[in-house]
Every structure is written in structure tokens, then in C-alpha cells.
Write a protein that binds this ligand. Structure first.
Ligand code: MG
Ligand code: MG
Length: 260
């Protein structure tokens, strides 16, 4: 069941997603070699609560953190820990917040210090593919058009597109219908309509598309242990076109010339 949102609900979803966007910027300020992923989680939780919101992931299906923090070969759902970031790591920070009953959901993959050029290229391509996908999220298209565009963009550049996990509807629940895969065929899947709110979130691997889940039951990593990148925006289809409710603007203000 796909819930179409009213204009009023879209504004509530925008408010929640803007809190997430600013939380990611607070996290960006502290990312550096030697900082633990638990520290990032604490910074995020404190900021979310200061905005009168609550962490969206904490307790979701039993997840212990405010953030999913996934380093290097970890794709998604990394649990914040005592792991101290190292120069050359990449770290995907996935954040959710609930404000006035509505969810925000957005992800940014950061560099820790200097990162290899080939890893930077993976990050840039993944971020670009997110916007390529968003361009296809227009009224009258189908959900498969989004995934097709992302898949084509990334595979052409030699990367693996994760199949097992995908984007989703966002609303009062963090995960609503429809699923929004990062692969697919043109002209397939649910029709895209005004009032749909969806998270688009390419998870792109340097090597093969294959993943495994670690014994903690959460952390998902690439099977070949090559790096993986993840960027996510929550968008509304509004007046026929995509309206990005989250934002990387605050993060990129913090990163300045370190932006990828
Ligand atoms: Mg997310
Ligand atoms: Mg999501």
C-alpha cells in the first residue's frame, strides 16, 4: 500500500529530513582519524534531541544506534563501536530522525583524511548516480526507471550494484511501500505519482555486487571486501517533479574544499 502525502505532510517530512541533513553536518565536523564511530553516534543523538526530534533508527528492529556507520567494505547497517577511524578510511553515515511523527532518512559517505583516488572515484560515481536516479523520479514514470538509471550509470563505470537492499517509501513509518531498487528495467514497477515520498539510496561496490551479513546480524559487507559507498536522499514527487526533502548542503558547507 503506497500512501500518497498531502502538501502539509510533505512539509512535515521536509522538517524531519532537514534535521537529518543538519545532523550529518554535525557529524562531518568531528570526522577525523582517531575518532570512534560511537563518538559520531553520540554527536548525532545529541543534536537530534536538541531539535525536539528522536533518533529514527534507535530500537528499530532492535538496532542499537542512532546512526548506521559503515566503514570501507561495510555496505550498510554498521553498528557504532569503539572502532577508531583511520586515515584513508571511507565512512558511510546513515541517519534517521522522527519529528512530529514523520521520518527523515539520509546518508552521506565521508572520507577520513586523504583517500585513494580510485576510492574517491567510487564515491563521486555513487553520489552522481543518486542524482541521476532522482532525475527519473517524475510523475508518470515508473519506479523501475529510477533503478534502471542508477544501475546503468554505475555498471558502465565498472562498479557492482547491491541487489539485496534498496530504497523505500518514507512517511510515518521509516520503511513504507514501494521498494525502490537500485537496479531494474525501464517501464516496470509502480507508477510514480504526485505525493509519493521515497528514499533513493544507491549502495555501490568497487568490486562485485555480492554482500554478506556479519555474525552481529546487522553489519553488511562486500563479499570481496572491496570498498562500498552509499548516498541517500528522501524526496517527494511534488508538482510532477522530484523535490529533495533532505540536503547535503550543510555537510558540504562543513567539508568545504574537502567535498568530493
Ligand atoms: Mg537511510
Ligand atoms: Mg533509507
Amino acid at each position: 500500500m503506497i500512501y500518497l502525502k498531502t502538501d502539509e505532510e510533505i512539509e512535515l517530512l521536509r522538517a524531519a529530513n532537514q534535521i537529518v541533513a543538519r545532523t550529518l553536518a554535525e557529524v562531518a565536523k568531528v570526522i577525523a582519524p582517531g575518532v570512534t564511530t560511537l563518538k559520531l553516534d553520540a554527536v548525532a543523538e545529541e543534536y537530534i534531541r536538541s531539535q525536539g526530534a528522536v533518533p529514527g533508527f534507535k530500537g528499530y528492529g532492535g538496532f542499537p544506534g542512532t546512526l548506521c556507520v559503515s566503514v570501507n567494505e561495510n555496505v550498510v547497517h554498521g553498528i557504532p563501536s569503539n572502532y577508531a577511524l583511520r586515515e584513508g578510511d571511507i565512512v558511510s553515515v546513515d541517519c534517521g530522525a522522527v519529528k512530529d511523527g514523520y521520518n527523515g532518512d539520509s546518508t552521506y559517505t565521508f572520507c577520513v583524511g586523504e583517500v585513494d583516488e580510485e576510492v574517491l572515484r567510487l564515491l563521486r560515481t555513487t553520489k552522481e548516480s543518486l542524482y541521476v536516479g532522482i532525475e527519473h523520479a517524475v510523475e508518470g514514470n515508473r519506479i523501475g526507471d529510477i533503478g534502471h538509471a542508477i544501475q546503468e550509470y554505475c555498471e558502465k563505470r565498472g562498479y557492482g550494484v547491491v541487489r539485496e537492499m534498496c530504497g523505500h517509501g518514507v512517511g510515518r513509518k521509516l520503511h513504507e511501500d514501494p521498494d525502490v531498487p537500485n537496479y531494474g528495467r525501464r517501464g516496470t514497477g509502480p507508477l510514480i505519482k504526485n505525493g509519493m515520498v521515497i528514499a533513493i539510496e544507491p549502495m555501490i561496490n568497487m568490486g562485485s555486487k555480492n554482500i554478506v551479513i556479519e555474525r552481529d546480524g546487522w553489519t553488511t559487507r562486500t563479499k570481496d571486501r572491496k570498498p562500498s559507498a552509499h548516498y541517500e536522499h528522501t524526496i517527494a514527487i511534488h508538482h510532477g517533479k522530484p523535490d529533495i526533502l533532505s540536503s547535503f548542503e550543510y555537510v558540504e558547507e562543513v567539508l568545504g574544499d574537502r567535498s568530493i
